[in-house]
Design a protein around this ligand. Structure first.
Ligand code: AMP
Length: 426
């Protein structure tokens, strides 16, 4: 299958070729002809599968067919986060560089003025986060009554983030007759309900089996007490000479703290989360992309949608509470067919999360031995979970000696000397 066969106009094919894409990904091969034919779409597509181009290319094609300039948005993309909005709009500009389609990206946390200016000058396409778009609609700085195509990108995440009411309010402002494209990495009852209410006889595009991970990602688990996670991470980064690693923490506080600790260890790092200003987030991301900093530490919300090509390593410093977030996290590596490594540092308190993730994946994750640089200290048993403070890793760095794996008296840790190919079966 080649891009030429999909029915896209030559201006778009030239842009695709300039990006170096030769073959459409699965979701692109399925979605592009359906969108060009005017169908609604429900796509179960994971991050990293090329889903942005699967809607951006045919939407640009359709917009370009009508050259009448009405200055009001004709296509609207809703995304859960600012970063994703920025990246999606960048993709539209990249793919649409040989066409005369005007786009704008709209998100909160920055002044309204330039966004109002863009609307006033006239745009064909808007990529927006829901809250700020509603602010504009409320102030009548944008008129959504001419939207012909609505795209919900990462719809599952938008629902997780509580945007359902905003989405419904926005839909109420759009013309009833329009094309709807909905993309979601995971399916839940709520997603189905939204799809049922919004989509008309959608073509279902299932580019990857639901709730399974992209095959090119190697997943491993390190069992490690929580108070030694930082040390293990530094060792892995240094010994493995990792140049680019995205690390997930559960909280903003945790992200800040880990960043500081890695900096103290001499590992370049920056944090990206919702409490950071947009400027700081953008700077951290660009320094990470350019290789100035090796480690980007992110919370789930902030990391959603980050597109960093060929990201080799993703680390779950703490497992997410919602198992689906594991999929979103590791989808940052192994993008568009490249190989990637997703490592999880799992302490005993996280057994339940690990079990839930393995259930979702229908797969048992391999347990890896810690690298030789990570000192196996004399066996002083880890305290029983009940006697351990909940946020043990928030205590100042402890010198207490603990074993790197759980002592034999606990079922969950294997006896030393067992092969590294064992599985995490807790
Ligand atoms: P996405 O799933 O939209 O976030 O895309 C993931 C990555 O795949 C991005 O870096 C795209 O530039 C890249 N990509 C998209 N389509 C293709 C393709 N057909 N061939 C190679 N890379 C692609």
């Amino acid at each position: 299958m080649s891009f030429e066969k999909l029915g896209l106009r030559t201006e778009l094919l030239r842009a695709v070729a300039a990006k170096g894409y030769t073959t459409p990904t699965l979701v692109q091969a399925k979605a592009i002809p359906a969108v060009l034919a005017g169908h609604d779409i429900l796509a179960g597509s994971q991050t990293g599968t090329g889903k942005t181009a699967s809607f951006a290319l045919p939407v640009l094609h359709r917009l370009s067919l009508d050259t009448y300039r009405q200055n009001k948005p004709r296509a609207l993309v809703l995304t859960p986060t600012r970063e994703l909005a920025v990246q999606v709009e960048e993709s539209f500009r990249t793919y649409g560089k040989n066409l005369r389609i005007r786009s704008a990206v709209i998100y909160g946390g920055v002044g309204m003025g330039p966004q109002v200016g863009a609307f006033r000058r006239g745009v064909d396409l808007v990529v927006a986060t829901p809250g700020r778009l509603l602010d504009h609609a409320g102030q009548r700085t944008v008129d959504l009554s001419r939207v012909e195509i609505l795209i919900l990108d990462e719809a599952d995440r938008m629902l997780d983030m509580g945007f359902i009411r905003d989405i419904r309010k926005i839909i109420a402002l759009l013309p009833k007759h329009r094309q709807n494209l909905m993309f979601s990495a995971t399916y839940s009852k709520e997603i189905r309900a939204l799809a049922d209410s919004m989509l008309k006889q959608p073509v279902e595009v299932d580019a990857a089996p639901r709730n399974t991970t992209v095959k090119t990602i190697t997943q491993k688990v390190y069992q490690v007490p929580s108070n030694r996670k930082r040390e293990l991470l530094s060792t892995l980064i240094r010994d493995g000479k990792w140049q680019q690693v995205l690390v997930f923490t559960r909280t903003k506080h945790g992200a800040n703290k880990l960043t500081q600790q890695l900096l103290n260890d001499g590992v370049s790092a920056a944090a990206i989360h919702g409490n950071k200003s947009q400027a700081a987030r953008t700077r951290a991301l660009s320094e990470f992309k350019s290789g100035e900093i090796r480690t980007l530490i992110a919370t789930d919300v902030a990391a959603r949608g980050l597109d960093i090509q060929l990201l080799p390593h993703v680390v779950n410093y703490e497992l997410p509470h919602v198992p689906e977030d594991y999929l979103h996290r590791i989808g940052r590596t192994g993008r568009a067919g490249a190989c990637g490594m997703a490592l999880s540092l799992v302490c005993e308190e996280e057994r339940k999360q690990l079990n839930d993730i393995q259930k979702l994946l229908k797969q048992t994750l391999a347990v890896e031995d810690a690298p030789s640089g990570f000192k196996k200290e004399a066996a002083a048993p880890t305290p029983a979970p009940s006697s351990r403070p909940r946020h043990q890793d928030r205590r100042p760095s402890e010198k207490k000696v603990v074993v790197e794996e759980e002592p034999a008296r606990k079922k969950s840790f294997r006896k030393s000397g067992e092969k590294s190919s064992r599985s995490a079966r807790w």
